[in-house]
Design a protein around this ligand. Sequence first.
Ligand SMILES: Nc1ncnc2c1ncn2[C@@H]1O[C@H](COP(=O)(O)OP(=O)(O)OP(=O)(O)O)[C@@H](O)[C@H]1O
Ligand SMILES: [Mg+2]
Length: 319
Amino acid sequence: MGRWGDGGMGEMGETRETRETLNAPIPKQQTTNNKQQTTNNKQPTTKDKPLLEVTNLKQHFTLEGNLIEQLFTQETTVIKAVDDVSFSLYPGEVLGLVGESGCGKSTLSRTILQLMRPTSGTVEFLGKDLTTQNRQELRDIRRHIQMVFQDPNACLNPLMTVGESIADPLFIHHLADTTEAKSQVMAMLERVGLTPTDDYYYRYPGELSGGQQQRVAIARALITRPSLLICDEPVSMLDAIVQTQVLQLMRDLKAEFDLTYLFITHDLWVARFFCDRIAVMNSGNIVETASTHQLFTNPKKEYTKTFLEAAALLAKQQG
Ligand SMILES: Nc1ncnc2c1ncn2[C@@H]1O[C@H](COP(=O)(O)OP(=O)(O)OP(=O)(O)O)[C@@H](O)[C@H]1O
Ligand SMILES: [Mg+2]
């Protein structure tokens, strides 16, 4: 079976149907920053302390060219992938980060996680500045901030069974013994819809469809009970029907696990479906942040308008 055995791109009819679902009027609970789709009735508000606060964050890459270029020109090129980004993310919120390819979304998420240290700026998680933490301190914090990538294979070892992959973070963080880990993994498999759990536990990632692999990646991310989930294009490799199923699962899990999301996507319709607030990024900067409803009905910045128009045109061409 191919790596993305869920069937690649769906039939046109399926795509249209799902686009219609994603394009449906924004549910009332999504129209303000102060509402969320949880069943625990916890209402995130900007009066809460931010769970994550990013201030003046920069990630500049210096390209030094080859030796001969360096000798003759003595010039270096600096790519300002993230350039002075500030935002706050409140408990229980789903903040979308949208922007065209290459605008710096993934670099920003990796810099937040300290997978690469920033050029400057701070990243406070629950009031603690991650940029000053050492490796051990970061390791301890990381169980509370997990990441879901576009390609689930980025976090799934092909030689480990699904059960071993999901249990792995429990052992890395010394959170469970073997027996306890197995029962937690079984419960998590059930929760992400991979049933019969006994069957999936012993399978390998390569034997699963793309949608099933992403469910495993989500289960692995949630097994340490994080409070913040950073998702970098988590559904963009999936066909339209499976996209909707995985987004629905993520929405249900948000309520159940009391999660806060930073949700990166280049797809505005996905952001509209899933996010409470949206930050629009362009060339390393956040140019506008607004509630989902406000961004779609009354965008303020020229770039946001252009981005919305381009997305609408693309949807029309696809539809
Ligand atoms: N390690 C690196 N060294 C040099 N330049 C980099 C590095 N990583 C990213 N870049 C550059 O930084 C910019 C932002 O890249 P990034 O991957 O963050 O964009 P993105 O918004 O996630 O794009 P996409 O939507 O295609 O995933 C790009 O110009 C990219 O070439
Ligand atoms: Mg990216």
